[in-house]
Design a protein around this ligand. Structure first.
Ligand SMILES: [Zn+2]
Length: 255
């Protein structure tokens, strides 16, 4: 068979990535993600289907609008490529199972949250609280039990509330927002409480690795640092893919 499963998954992932770009652009503006069809943000000219092929159209048009020649952000092909890679990673992790479809959709939501948080420093409730509701409805098909999902939700949201208040108490500054609390609760539904702890650990580690040099370069104080949501999202993604493996490895090294 020429069209193997991974190839099909990657191609569908690219097209879903194209839709995720629409979500990233429109959800914070509270616009419909279905209508109208995509337009150039500069000249408002409708983008034709053949100019809207993931990655390829960007390369073919050399990153510019066909009509007004305005530069198109390289983020569009980036998100499409990430979507395809995430689909392949989830296929590798779960095979063609219900868990694959659910965790891929979940990772897509995390990807959308990541870029919206980078742009606006907000995490829309429709994605975090929406994810909690949908996640709880889908637990039956996931490798977590209902108690694990509920404890994950409680631990995720609860622990972050403690961290936020603790940070505020110690420094008098607000480091993270309520959006991160709801996001971590949502992550907990899909990963259980152990996954949430891993996510906080990994998110903080990645956040420090990137955030501290960033803050030093910017010569601003740490509170003006980058949003935490993307690191939580990345930590959660790493947990679903490699969490068990990394924890096993950690305890092997310890003993
Ligand atoms: Zn244009």
């Amino acid at each position: 068979m020429i069209l193997s499963v991974p190839l099909a998954v990657a191609v569908i992932g690219l097209f879903i990535g194209s839709f995720l770009n629409v979500c990233i652009h429109r959800i914070p503006r509270e616009e419909s993600i279905v209508f109208p069809s995509s337009r150039c943000p500069k000249c408002r000219e409708k983008i034709r289907p053949w100019d809207n092929i993931p990655v390829l159209s960007y390369l073919f048009l050399r990153g510019r609008c066909r009509h007004c020649k305005e530069k198109i952000s390289p983020r569009y092909p980036l998100v499409e490529t990430l979507s395809a890679l995430i689909a392949l990673a989830m296929l590798y992790r779960f095979g063609l199972t219900a868990a694959f479809f659910i965790y891929y959709a979940w990772a897509c939501v995390l990807l959308v949250i990541t870029f919206i948080d980078i742009d606006y420093q907000i995490i829309p409730d429709s994605l975090s609280i929406g994810g909690i509701v949908v996640g709880l409805a889908l637990v039956w098909w996931l490798p977590v039990s209902y108690p694990e999902a509920l404890i994950g939700l409680g631990v995720g949201a609860g622990l972050l509330i403690v961290v936020i208040y603790g940070y505020y108490f110690l420094t008098g500054k607000q480091g993270m927002g309520g959006g991160d609390v709801k996001l971590l609760g949502m992550i907990g539904v899909f990963t259980g409480w152990e996954g949430v702890l891993f996510t906080i650990f990994m998110g903080s580690l990645l956040g420090s690795l990137v955030g501290i040099p960033w803050a030093l370069l910017q010569k601003k104080n740490m509170q003006a640092a980058i949003p935490f949501g993307p690191f939580l999202a990345l930590g959660a993604f790493i947990n679903v893919l490699f969490g068990d493996m990394l924890i096993d490895w950690y305890f092997t090294v310890l003993s």
